[in-house]
Design a binder for this molecule. Structure first.
Ligand code: R5P
Length: 287
């Protein structure tokens, strides 16, 4: 029996469904004046169901849509796979300050309770959060696809840079795909205000093209600070490659003002760009 893909009709969901030869069922959302969502499926469900829904801003609404779709699918099907290309709340994977709720633990219970048998995410901020899920999870990566795109740009004397130490492993993998050098800056974020500072004192980047690699851009604060630092140290051009370009508010403007020449991102956020990750997701769905 053919699988069914349920989605909001994003570019990524369309590609996943074509690669699987699945039937694509969309849904419509009507928002009530008080903010409630009325979700209506546009087709019948049977067989294995794959729900494709990123938990992107507004994250709480997207989360409820994802859970509702999974729950509805589970009423009709014994196997429901949740593909959550961008998993909001992934940064809340531990108690940083006393009393903070580890929301990723809550999400794990919600996805299981709704009826997902497996959750597939892309370049999650930290896999520690996924380990809190009481069901099977797979974290696929967009790094090779992003790196292939960057390769075609023919950058000069390329240096791959992570804006923080936490992303050093990601930058290393990215650099390895391109046979380039890499380094990580030291970033400090104030846990109360969210303000970002680059603590690295010096960097030998003079005349080099830079690709800043990150899992996500939200407000753009981290990337803007890193780009300003690199420009101050006389690098040539700065590009950003990230998986999830949320680009909240003036993020794009602020990043451009900081000297970034272009942003390369994956198609995990509807309406975003360009680099397709459907192949890696379909490999994780298949077994
Ligand atoms: C943090 O460690 C993440 O990897 C990103 O660097 C960060 O969440 C991006 O957020 P913003 O764009 O608001 O600085």
């Amino acid at each position: 029996m053919r699988s069914i893909v349920i989605s909001d009709g994003s570019d990524l969901a369309g590609r996943i469904s074509r690669r699987l030869g699945a039937r694509h069922v969309r849904y419509a959302v009507r928002e009530f004046p008080d903010g409630e969502s009325k979700i209506t499926l546009r087709g019948k469900i049977q067989g294995r169901v794959i729900v494709v829904k990123s938990v992107h801003p507004p994250v709480d609404t997207s989360l409820l849509h994802a859970l509702s779709l999974i729950a509805k699918a589970r009423e009709e099907s014994a196997e429901v796979i949740a593909v959550v290309p961008y998993m909001g709340y992934a940064r809340q994977d531990r108690e940083f300050l006393s009393g903070e709720i580890v929301t990723m633990r809550v999400l794990g219970r919600l996805f299981r309770g709704a009826g997902a048998s497996k959750v597939i995410v892309v370049d999650i901020h930290s896999t520690a959060g996924l380990r809190l899920f009481p069901i099977r999870t797979i974290n696929v990566t967009a790094i090779p696809a992003l790196a292939r795109h960057v390769k075609k740009m023919r950058l000069r004397n390329l240096l791959v840079v992570s804006p923080d130490r936490g992303g050093a492993g990601r930058a290393k993998k990215f650099a390895a795909e391109l046979g380039a050098e890499c380094m990580a800056l030291e970033k400090k974020r104030d846990r109360k205000t969210g303000r970002v500072q680059i603590r690295t004192k010096d960097a030998d980047v003079s005349g080099r093209d830079i690709v800043l690699v990150d899992d996500m851009i939200s407000t753009g604060g981290s990337i803007a600070k890193a780009a300003q630092f690199l420009k101050k140290h006389k690098c040539r051009r700065v590009y950003v490659a990230c998986t999830h370009a949320l680009l909240i508010g003036d993020a794009k403007k602020n990043i451009t003002r900081a000297g970034v020449a272009g942003i390369i991102s994956a198609n995990t956020i509807p309406g975003g760009t360009s680099v397709d990750v459907s192949e890696a997701i379909v490999q994780a769905i298949r077994p």
